[in-house]
Design a protein around this ligand. Structure first.
Ligand code: 5GP
Ligand code: MG
Length: 172
């Protein structure tokens, strides 16, 4: 396995983002909404360095990925979402690849009438976006490779790793 972003770099960048978000959302009614399951490590580290009171909620997004993946194949489950009406929502996801997941999540959460919606992702893959929106905040831009670790999985393995890696042979 090749290491793409090590633990120290992640922790430092997450801390910087937390400081930035603390100013953006100072004295605002913030709800941080994590996208399960990939958000877990990023969410847990980030909320501990957002130095202004906020609520935490989660949604679940799932997709059937493959050659025919379209927006219609994405499902967003909002059963665990707390009330976000008139609140400032910050969606937290692991990675922005084609952007279809984030686009769908923003559309879905808008129906709950929050005061604002912004998005923050750990990783953005260069040159892959297929949508008109971009994340409002991100930690790292990475080349187009399949990455694992720090919440990201391959067949549900590797999520617990504290760094971002690229598998040499995902089939192995
Ligand atoms: P998008 O909708 O932006 O194309 O894809 C976003 C979702 O696809 C992410 O939330 C993640 O679940 C999955 N994904 C995209 N690229 C990768 C990757 O390189 N590694 C892993 N583990 N998941 C990815
Ligand atoms: Mg995901």
């Amino acid at each position: 396995m090749q290491r793409l972003v090590d633990e120290t770099a992640i922790q430092q960048r997450v801390r910087e983002l937390g400081e930035q978000l603390s100013e953006v959302y100072r004295d605002r009614p913030l709800t941080v909404v994590g996208v399960l399951t990939g958000c877990m490590l990023f969410l847990a580290d980030l909320v501990r360095v957002i130095d202004t009171p906020h609520r935490i909620g989660v949604v679940h997004a799932s997709s059937y990925r493959g050659k025919t993946t379209t927006a219609g194949d994405l499902r967003v489950d909002t059963n665990l979402l707390p009330d976000i009406r008139d609140r400032d929502v910050l969606i937290i996801d692991d990675i922005f690849d084609t952007g279809k997941t984030i686009e769908k999540l923003v559309e879905s959460l808008k129906t709950f009438e929050p005061r604002s919606i912004r998005t923050a992702v750990l990783l953005v893959k260069e040159g892959r976006s297929e949508v008109a929106i971009a994340p409002d905040f991100h930690c790292f831009e990475i080349p187009d490779a399949f990455v694992i670790g720090y919440g990201l999985d391959y067949n549900d393995d590797y999520r617990h790793l504290p760094f971002i890696g690229v598998l040499d042979d995902p089939q192995a």
